[in-house]
Design a protein around this ligand. Structure first.
Ligand SMILES: *Cc1c(COP(=O)(O)O)cnc(C)c1O
Length: 447
């Protein structure tokens, strides 16, 4: 089985105390040592997924893997990805800065985004990143202008909206025509004319598309490759330009609950490679280099979040709500996308799940429900709840809502645990606050 078809990290086991262990570490002990909520990342699961991608595409020589950092970005992950031979897809100054400060090879970094700022483009140029995926006409002008001022010629993809609908949540669909991302196919000729005639510091190397996220279908990837190669053929005829690279984006789904059945990486690879073979033959093109930007499928399954169970409430003739010490601030996906998760009680891993409860977060919103109607072994105050598949878009979407502290993250491997993100402190929380002079005298007196 592919890692993305598993619900739990690949090293998950139950020890002699009946506790859940990941990466050889007892989750109850991790809760004691690091406090909760806590993000836990299993290094073996991350590496194993990177290796699956490399193996699945091994027969296609020109494959490049650019981890979509928006799924989870931290210096330790950069170090792992570097070792695995992955590049990075970034979408902000902050993500580029993280990569840079981790000593990542910036020539393996790509910058995406529908409204990159001048500062971000300048930063990218100064870091000499490897690729830009240019999203719109304003960005073409800005990037060319900045590149000229720095005397640099940069390699770009043009991001297109391929007009492919996939059956995922509306907020995470991006490839359909009415999307804020990329050039409509009808605008490509104008963009290419501008690059040829005016934007001489932009070197167009290929086309980029990203059709969505948490995708379970394979046909959409087949179609995406077809649409891109057809355009490349047309561009060759109309503009006499040979585009040698295609960037297919990310999107492969993972298994949050048993209801999710994503294809394996190998299946996706076979579909993509077959579509390239078929369409290159049809359009008489050489095989292009491919870029892939997997995010969720690389880190999703590797991460779990542990919480401590606190209060509970039995609604008369209704649900039993069990509250944990985290919720929508460390994982906004359930309240934002109605995302579903599975969980177990880490200290009752061998007990029968015979009680149906709803896991509520601690935040002041009725919508802060982490999991609705899940069966668990009788949950009690002090139990450690482990929610699976929180490795992607959890920490990266977290906030300080209700002025709570962002949890720590630890990396586990071979029974060792290391902090990769420190828990925030109350001092961190107020460290950027300023009281204007005219108010500060007042607050002093009242205190
Ligand atoms: C979000 C995004 C990705 C990653 O998507 P996943 O579903 O996490 O694999 C890749 N490329 C682009 C352009 C994106 O916007």
């Amino acid at each position: 089985m592919s890692v993305n078809q598993e619900i739990k990290p690949i090293t998950t086991e139950i020890n002699e105390k009946g506790h859940l262990c990941i990466g050889g570490c007892d989750l109850v002990e991790l809760a004691e040592k690091y406090d909760t909520p806590l993000y836990i990342y299993d290094e073996d699961t991350i590496r194993s997924m990177c290796q699956e991608y490399k193996k699945a595409f091994a027969k296609y020589e020109k494959s490049n893997f650019m981890f979509a950092s928006k799924a989870f970005m931290t210096k330790a992950l950069c170090a792992i990805l570097k070792e695995e031979g992955f590049g990075l897809d970034t979408v902000s100054g902050g993500e580029m800065y993280t990569a840079y400060s981790a000593g990542f090879d910036m020539s393996h970094v790509l910058l995406n985004g529908n409204n990159k700022s001048i500062d971000e483009l300048e930063m990218a140029l100064d870091y000499n990143i490897g690729r830009y995926s240019v999203d719109n006409f304003l960005e073409l002008a800005l990037l060319d202008n900045l590149a000229k001022s720095k005397n640099k010629i940069v390699d770009i993809f043009l991001r297109i909206t391929p007009g492919i609908e996939c059956h995922t949540h509306e907020y995470i669909q991006t490839g359909h025509l009415d999307s804020k991302f990329g050039f409509d196919l009808t605008q490509l000729d104008e963009a290419i004319d501008l690059i040829k005639e005016q934007y001489t510091n932009l070197n167009l190397v290929g086309l980029h598309a990203h059709i969505g996220s948490q995708i379970f279908e394979t046909q959409v990837y087949y179609d995406e490759v077809g649409v891109i190669l057809k355009e490349i053929r047309r561009i060759k005829e109309v503009h006499n330009i040979d585009l040698k690279e295609i960037n297919l984006g990310g999107g492969l789904g993972i298994t949050y609950t048993e209801a999710d059945v994503p294809p394996s990486v190998e299946t996706i690879a076979d579909v993509i490679i077959r579509s390239i073979e078929v369409h290159c033959k049809e359009y008489n093109l050489e095989y292009p280099a491919i870029y892939l930007e997997p995010g969720r499928s690389i880190v999703g399954t590797s991460g779990v979040t542990i919480y401590t169970i606190g209060s509970s409430k039995q609604v008369p003739k209704g649900r039993r709500y069990v509250a944990v010490d985290g919720g929508m601030a460390d994982n906004p996906r359930p309240s934002m996308y109605q995302a579903k998760y599975t969980a177990v009680i880490a200290n009752k891993a061998n007990e029968e799940s015979n009680e149906e409860v709803t896991i509520a977060g601690r935040y002041c919103e009725s919508g802060d429900i982490l999991i609705r109607d899940i069966k668990l072994p009788h949950p009690e105050e002090g139990d450690i709840l482990c929610v699976f598949n929180t490795g992607a878009y959890g920490y990266s979407m977290s906030s300080n809502y209700n002025r709570t502290l962002r949890p720590a993250a630890v990396l586990v491997k071979n029974a060792q645990s290391d902090i990769i993100i420190k828990r925030e402190t109350y001092e961190d929380l107020v460290s950027d606050d300023e009281i204007p002079q005219r108010l500060s005298s007042k607050i002093m007196i009242e205190n």
